[in-house]
Write a protein that binds this ligand. Structure first.
Ligand SMILES: NC(=O)c1ccc[n+]([C@@H]2O[C@H](COP(=O)([O-])OP(=O)(O)OC[C@H]3O[C@@H](n4cnc5c(N)ncnc54)[C@H](OP(=O)(O)O)[C@@H]3O)[C@@H](O)[C@H]2O)c1
Length: 167
């Protein structure tokens, strides 16, 4: 089973503020939906709670929520209390590619644990006031592909979709 991480960041690594995303980019939302559809997604409790109730659990995906609170129960999602347990659940679902979908705390733990095989990075051209970041050392990763998207009337920032694999 491949373990992938999917994230959208500004050039300085900014990903969120006040438990919200920093932008509304339908093109990136579509990319996220299409990339993760049919797979297990692993999310921190805060990121999961930041998804509007009507959009969660994320449809057509097995939603796995990390929380240390044993009383936390999210309808339609599976609550787990460690990253290892989350990965076990993915294996039990015969997953081929599991996705770590944030937020900052979960991304950091996954990178530090060395369990991530692939990173889907959307690099958003812009400067944002943030309190949550994702940074990784690109020298440990090989760029496999990149696709430029120019801003348009629905997407206020240009972006590049990168795929990296572990060196
Ligand atoms: N731009 C992007 O691509 C992107 C993607 C996702 C999220 N974000 C942003 O990231 C921010 C949220 O990130 P965050 O770091 O504040 O929160 P988070 O990573 O989403 O969630 C943190 C929570 O996860 C649980 N947790 C963490 N490690 C755990 C472990 N090892 N075992 C069990 N549970 C664990 C804890 O929940 P309990 O407190 O319940 O124990 C912890 O409070 C938001 O601003 C969001 O919009 C951005």
């Amino acid at each position: 089973m491949r373990i992938s991480l999917i994230v959208a960041t500004a050039p300085d690594g900014a990903i969120g503020k006040d438990n919200k995303l920093l932008w509304h980019l339908p093109a990136d939302m579509k990319y996220f939906r299409e990339t993760t559809s049919g797979h297990c997604v692993i999310t921190g409790r805060k990121n999961y709670e930041s998804i509007p109730e009507k959009f969660r659990p994320l449809p057509n995906r097995t939603n796995i929520v990390l929380t240390r609170n044993k009383n936390c129960n999210f309808p339609g999602a599976i609550s787990v209390s460690s990253l290892q347990e989350a990965i076990k659940v993915c294996q039990q679902h015969n997953e081929t590619e599991a996705f770590i979908i944030g937020g900052a705390e979960i991304y950091r733990q996954a990178i530090d644990a060395g369990i991530v095989d692939r990173i889907y990075l959307t690099l958003v051209d812009g400067t944002f006031d943030a309190d949550a970041y994702f940074q990784f050392d690109t020298s440990n990763w090989i760029e496999k592909s990149s696709l430029r998207f120019d801003k348009d009337d629905k997407n206020p920032f240009s972006m590049t979709f990168f795929v990296y694999e572990k060196a």
